[in-house]
Design a protein around this ligand. Structure first.
Ligand SMILES: [Zn+2]
Length: 247
């Protein structure tokens, strides 16, 4: 179990020591390296490492449940709480969210599905503040939790998150639409396991009105690709081992 949080304007540095050694667990060498760690949440890298150890130990169901979290498999059910907003604010917020989802679709194709659902069905809740920037200087803020637990004979996993986004800057002025999109895409990035970088020009860096970021930087893309390709490789090993056991 673990909850974590991130803020679009916060510099999420100082976690580079969370290196996890996991190579040589499967036949092909795994690809997440030290250079990628500054872009990935240590917890997510740890989940990948645990899954690798569990594959090696033959705990395939538990490994598979962890890989659900690493790969964000299945649909991610998200509610958009815009009830307190004016019509114009609601249009801006919903458009920003839709554009952020589109951005991720361009990055990941159909690999991950973000789906808007009613609040009672949501595992992730997006909420837009009708006041000034969240927490004084944030364009967005997220708290998330990922868990794997034993359920009967098997294992289950759960991802949940609460996201709050601002519509106005700390000066009270409207944040530009492109900044709203970046902030929403940034928070979806946290859900996918990316960490704050503090680097200008990164999606997971600070939102700078007038200098919006509309795609991952090459470093971010490389790190996420490494995480996901390792996760997929392990999932494949899990599948093959489970199939061979059922023969
Ligand atoms: Zn953040």
């Amino acid at each position: 179990m673990g909850a974590a949080k991130g803020c679009v304007m916060n510099l999420g540095l100082g976690r580079l020591g969370a290196a996890v050694s996991m190579c040589a667990v499967v036949a092909t060498c795994l690809a997440v390296s030290g250079a990628h760690l500054r872009y990935l949440q240590p917890k997510m890298v740890a989940e990948l490492a645990k899954a690798a150890s569990q594959v090696e130990a033959g705990s395939l169901e538990e490994a598979d449940a962890r890989l659900d979290l690493v790969l964000v498999r299945g649909k991610v059910n998200i509610s958009l709480d815009t009830a307190r907003l004016t019509i114009a604010e609601r249009v801006a917020a919903e458009k920003a969210f839709a554009d952020a989802v589109d951005m991720w679709r361009q990055e990941l194709g159909d690999d991950v599905t973000f789906q808007v659902v009613p609040q009672e069905m949501a595992q992730v809740r997006f909420r837009w503040s009708d006041g000034q920037a969240v927490g004084g200087r944030c364009a967005g803020h997220a708290v998330w939790s990922r868990q794997v637990w034993r359920a009967g004979e098997g294992f289950r996993s759960d991802l949940s998150a609460d996201v709050e986004l601002a519509l106005y800057g700390s000066d009270g002025g409207n944040l530009p639409q492109e900044s709203l999109v970046q902030a929403a895409a940034h928070e979806l990035g946290h859900i996918l396991g990316m960490d704050d970088t503090g680097r200008r020009g990164d999606l997971m860096g600070p939102v700078r009105p007038g200098r919006p970021v509309s795609q991952l930087s090459s470093h971010e893309r490389e790190a996420l690709d490494a995480l996901r390709s390792e996760g997929k490789e392990l999932a494949q090993v899990c599948l093959l081992q489970r199939l061979s056991m059922s023969w």
